[in-house]
Design a protein around this ligand. Structure first.
Ligand SMILES: *[C@@H]1O[C@H](CO)[C@@H](O)[C@H](O)[C@H]1NC(C)=O
Ligand SMILES: *[C@@H]1O[C@H](CO)[C@@H](O)[C@H](O)[C@H]1NC(C)=O
Ligand SMILES: *[C@@H]1O[C@H](CO)[C@@H](O)[C@H](O)[C@H]1NC(C)=O
Ligand SMILES: *[C@@H]1O[C@H](CO)[C@@H](O)[C@H](O)[C@H]1NC(C)=O
Ligand SMILES: *[C@@H]1O[C@H](CO)[C@@H](O)[C@H](O)[C@H]1NC(C)=O
Ligand SMILES: *[C@@H]1O[C@H](CO)[C@@H](O)[C@H](O)[C@H]1NC(C)=O
Length: 293
């Protein structure tokens, strides 16, 4: 083992320096399991579990059998297991995944605890992979504001509610997107320390007109919102999926290879996955050659 390692180290360093990843030539079948239950949610491609990542034998970088941004952290034990998706710096609890129409419902994990939940973050996501669906509606929260009699009917008076750190100890308000609020809102923004836009499902807000804000804001937030993921339309991932393969991606969202059944890598797809292992050395050195040029 010592001999090849000595030879290869300089090449790996070079490849890292040029920031290009080597394609997969083998994969660990146990890191690419078909599906996994986390609580009541079935996790399968293009999602993957956070602990289901492998090391590329070519350059020791991490790969996953799924879309980089769809990494699921399965928290808790037994029946209390819950799938968590991280978007930006916030955690979101996934309530449901609909593989047929490529969408999911999720809710800010912070908002699930307590009667007077607090959402601290705007949602951030990579539009290359994720987007809202047509069911999107939103609530706008204003934290740490000077008291304002003219919008008192929007003030959050939930017992036990405390504004987020850093927003001072003023009062807080919530508005729906429907409300005619522009002028009042702009006025408000100048007198508040923090604004958070919280996506919600339109059904949560509409529910037979029985939702009363700001009183019921917690219930609306807890119903969560919908996101859709985009099926890859770019080659070579698209061809891989068309051939019932799963696309493996690196941590930097780079496509690494087509994972096929039976421990095979498809080049470029699972219709052509027979001789992947023997072809590995050749394809790896091809990439290095290209980098050198
Ligand atoms: C494959 O992954 C499993 C679980 O992570 C690990 O125990 C096993 O050693 C891996 N096999 C190889 C050949 O790396
Ligand atoms: C990954 O996490 C799941 C859920 O927590 C667990 O059941 C599974 O055994 C873990 N797999 C590995 C390889 O650690
Ligand atoms: C998200 O969950 C992880 C645990 O998996 C925790 O360490 C982290 O602090 C959480 N992030 C936020 C912003 O709550
Ligand atoms: C996807 O299907 C589920 C279940 O049928 C449905 O509740 C959800 O609204 C659909 N989402 C989209 C974006 O079509
Ligand atoms: C996101 O979805 C909305 C409809 O819900 C659509 O209008 C918009 O173009 C989509 N954005 C991207 C980047 O695909
Ligand atoms: C959240 O987004 C809104 C609207 O884009 C912005 O005004 C606000 O400052 C953002 N809040 C945070 C905490 O980034």
């Amino acid at each position: 083992m010592g001999y090849p390692t000595c030879l290869l180290v300089p090449l790996f360093l070079f490849v890292h320096a040029s920031a290009s990843l080597l394609p997969l030539t083998t994969y660990n079948e146990s890191t690419c399991s078909e599906s996994f239950n986390c609580g009541s949610v079935d996790i399968k491609y293009p999602f993957y579990l956070s602990n289901a990542t492998g090391r590329n034998q070519e350059d020791y970088t991490t790969y996953s059998c799924g879309y980089t941004d769809l990494k699921i952290f399965c928290h808790g034990d037994g029946d209390t297991k819950t799938p968590i998706l991280r978007l930006g710096e916030a955690n979101y609890t996934i309530q449901n995944i609909f593989y047929d129409n490529r969408s999911m419902t999720l809710v800010d994990t912070d908002a699930l605890s307590g009667k007077c939940p607090l959402v601290r973050h705007n949602v951030t996501m990579d539009p290359e992979w994720l987007n809202y669906t047509d069911s999107l509606d939103s609530l706008k929260f204003f934290f740490g504001c000077a008291p304002r009699p003219d919008v008192e009917d929007h003030q959050i008076d939930c017992k036990g509610f405390s504004p987020p750190a850093g927003s001072g100890n003023g009062v807080s308000f919530v508005f729906t997107s429907e409300e005619d609020k522009l002028s009042r809102e702009n006025l408000l923004a100048e007198h508040c320390n923090k604004i958070v836009l919280v996506p919600v499902h339109e059904d949560g807000l509409m529910r037979s007109g029985s939702v009363r804000l700001p009183l019921d804001y917690g219930a609306v937030v807890k119903e969560g919102f919908e996101l859709a993921w985009k099926q890859s339309t770019q080659q070579p991932c698209h061809a891989c999926e068309q051939s019932s393969g799963r696309c493996a991606y690196g941590e930097s969202k780079e496509y690494l290879g087509c994972v096929c059944s039976g421990g095979k890598i498809g080049v470029p797809d699972c219709y052509n996955s027979g001789n992947s292992r023997t072809g590995s050395t050749a394809s790896a050195s091809n990439v290095i050659m290209l980098d050198l040029i």
